[in-house]
Design a binder for this molecule. Structure first.
Ligand SMILES: [Zn+2]
Length: 243
């Protein structure tokens, strides 16, 4: 392998390290974003639960008030029952009293049901609040991990970028343009090694895309220090002597 391909391989080696760091940072950034979204969803669910609870509480208070007013009405009807003078009046008050008692009993049953539902809603909300606390903590954790990784990688990334700049200076303009384009397309893997697939036959593949390559391509790559690309994937080919 001549100095031109050697230079490209060195550039790729640096590029792959940069890509790897960027990938690790991107993974942590995605984790932060996903956790943020999870928390947003949880906040919305909690808000709607709080609203439901408020409405249920208002209904409960109304039923309580209704029950109180009916109870005092029943008390007044009982007093009246003691002071009526005629049988007809007695029967009318008694009938009103019985109706009011039946209504009050229905409201009481409903109020008890509402109370049970309200308790359930309250405990569910308390549970959700605990979950929220945990998820808030988790967001802080993944954010801290991201910040830590950024800090840890900053120096290394700066050093690699400097190395990359120096390595790129050794490569001619057209090869560099091709390298950058391929690197973007293949996450830094701009080059592919030619492999002989049979020890005795002249059969070769590109190890970037595993398509077969002609013996001429392999030979050109081995004997001239030129940029030869794979017909299929377009990567810059290189081959080790004696392979
Ligand atoms: Zn290929």
């Amino acid at each position: 392998m001549g100095p031109k391909l050697q230079g490209l391989l060195e550039l790729q080696d640096i590029e792959l390290q940069i890509v790897d760091i960027r990938r690790q940072l991107a993974r942590r950034e995605r984790a932060v974003k996903a956790q943020g979204k999870k928390l947003d969803d949880l906040h919305r669910a909690l808000e709607s639960q709080r609203g439901e609870l408020q409405r249920a509480q208002i209904q409960m208070d109304e039923a309580d008030l209704d029950l109180k007013s009916r109870t005092s009405h029943i008390g007044r009807l009982r007093e009246r029952l003691n002071s009526v003078r005629t049988n007809k009046e007695y029967a009318a008050v008694l009938s009103e009293l019985n109706n009011e008692k039946a209504d009050a009993s229905k409201i009481e049953t409903r109020a008890l049901e509402m109370m049970a539902a309200l308790d359930q809603q309250k405990s569910s909300l308390a549970e959700q609040r605990q979950t929220e606390e945990k998820e808030v903590q988790r967001l802080a954790d993944v954010q801290a991990q991201l910040d830590q990784a950024k800090q840890a990688f900053a120096e290394k990334l700066a050093a690699l970028q400097k190395q990359r700049k120096l390595a790129a200076e050794e490569i001619d303009q057209s090869a560099l343009v091709l390298f950058d384009r391929l690197s973007e397309r293949y996450d830094g893997e701009a080059l592919a090694q030619i492999e002989r697939t049979h020890p005795r036959r002249d059969e070769f593949v590109c190890n970037g895309c595993f398509m077969s390559l002609s013996a001429e391509v392999a030979n050109a790559c081995l004997t001239h220090d030129e940029v030869v690309t794979c017909n299929n994937c377009g990567r810059i080919l290189w081959m080790e002597k004696g392979s």
